[in-house]
Design a protein around this ligand. Sequence first.
Ligand code: PGA
Length: 243
Amino acid sequence: MIYAANWKMNGNTRLINHMLSEIKLEVIPYISKSSEIILCLPSIFLGGAVISCKNTPIQVGAQDCSSHKDGAYTGEISAAMISDVGSEWLILGHSERRQYHKENNPLLYEKLLLAQAAGLKVIFCVGETYEQYLNGTAKEILVEQLSVLFDPSFINLNFIIAYEPVWAIGTGLVPELEDINLIHQFIKSSIFEKTERKSNVLVLYGGSVSPENVKQIKSLSNVDGVLVGGASLDPEKFKQICL
Ligand code: PGA
């Protein structure tokens, strides 16, 4: 199981230290060796977090990168910089980036190329809006969002998918369990059919994951982990989610 935390624009050094000591003392000794914990933090904290996570199984990730390699782009952070400070993971295509920053496939294609060149592992987010869910176009939308990964340039990209219905993010709403499992299966088979990729693609579920609902979500056969937003900011809740 993969437990990924997406802190968005939240947190500070104190919370990071608190979270790390909770995970080291109260989670790592009790979870299976194959479980992975990934903390996706605001970029400014990545370098410090990488140092604090040294010699632990906790991995660190960023939440976005620039679509430019380097140069005169004031305020931007490149994929190479994220990797340079020792961060291994990168979230791309989160619905908040798609919504507030108008991220689309051509832009994400550039970011994916740079992430791949920097050797980062990508958590690629996809998900339909409530309207798309209601009008039955969710699968079409998901294939459209995934299609950027079908490009042969990404045959060797190290990525996992996070299925995050937009209407489930931060709302307390979660799709029916059966629907989550079917959509994960659909995502896996779409990637399998449209690319030359031989290995199984891992798919995380994200959207209002909580200590109360995580056990049922984790029990689904096509769920390989969770991407947790709000609840990952509370060390006690995140601990319960991982255990
Ligand atoms: P949430 O956010 O857990 O607060 O719903 C998930 C996400 O946006 O990654």
